[in-house]
Ligand binder design. Structure first.
Ligand code: 4NP
Length: 150
C-alpha cells in the first residue's frame, strides 16, 4: 500500500485538487487498490470548508470525479501514517516540519520536484488561475507516479 498525503495552506484548492487528480490517475491505471490518498492543510484557516467551487468546477470540466470533503489540518500522527507527504509550495514544507516535528524519514517533498521542477504550485486562491494550478498538479502527479514506478 502506498500512502500519500498532499498538503497546502488551506486544503480547499490545491491539495484536494491533487488528491482527486491522483485518485483518478491510479483508478484509470487499475491501481486504486494499491493507494491511500488524502490531503490536508498546514493552517486552520479553512477548517471544515468544502472544496472551493472554482476548483470543483475545474475538476468537473476535466472529467475528474470529486466527493464531498471538508478541509482538515495536517496532524503530527499523519507523519507515521503516510509514506509520502507532498507539499504544493516551499513554505508548506517548513510548516509540515513544524507540525510533524521535523522530517526524520525524508518523507516530505515538493510536488513539482517529481516533474524535475523546483517550482511551487501557484495558489489559485490568490491568482484566480485554476487552469495553471490544474496543469502543474497533473504534471507533478504524473512525475510522482513515474518516480514510484506506476
Ligand atoms: P489552498 O488555497 O492552500 O490551495 O487551499 C488557499 C485557500 C484559502 C486560504 C489560503 C490558501 N486562506 O487563507 O483562506
Amino acid at each position: 500500500m502506498i500512502k500519500v498525503m498532499f498538503v497546502c495552506l488551506g486544503n480547499i484548492c490545491r491539495s484536494p485538487m491533487a488528491e482527486f487528480i491522483l485518485k483518478d490517475m491510479v483508478k484509470k491505471r487499475g491501481k486504486d487498490a494499491d493507494f491511500i490518498i488524502a490531503s490536508s492543510a498546514t493552517s486552520t484557516e479553512e477548517y471544515g470548508n468544502p472544496l472551493y467551487p472554482p476548483a470543483a468546477r475545474k475538476l468537473s470540466s476535466e472529467g475528474i470525479p470529486t466527493t464531498y470533503r471538508t478541509a482538515v489540518q495536517l496532524k503530527k500522527s499523519d507523519y507515521d501514517k503516510y509514506d509520502y507527504i507532498i507539499a504544493m509550495e516551499r513554505r508548506n514544507i517548513e510548516n509540515i516540519k513544524r507540525i510533524c516535528g521535523g522530517d526524520p524519514d525524508s518523507k516530505v517533498s515538493l510536488l513539482l520536484s517529481f516533474a524535475g521542477r523546483n517550482d511551487n504550485i501557484a495558489d489559485p486562491w490568490y491568482t484566480g488561475n485554476f487552469d495553471a494550478a490544474f496543469n502543474d498538479i497533473v504534471e507533478g502527479c504524473e512525475g510522482f507516479l513515474n518516480y514510484i514506478g506506476y
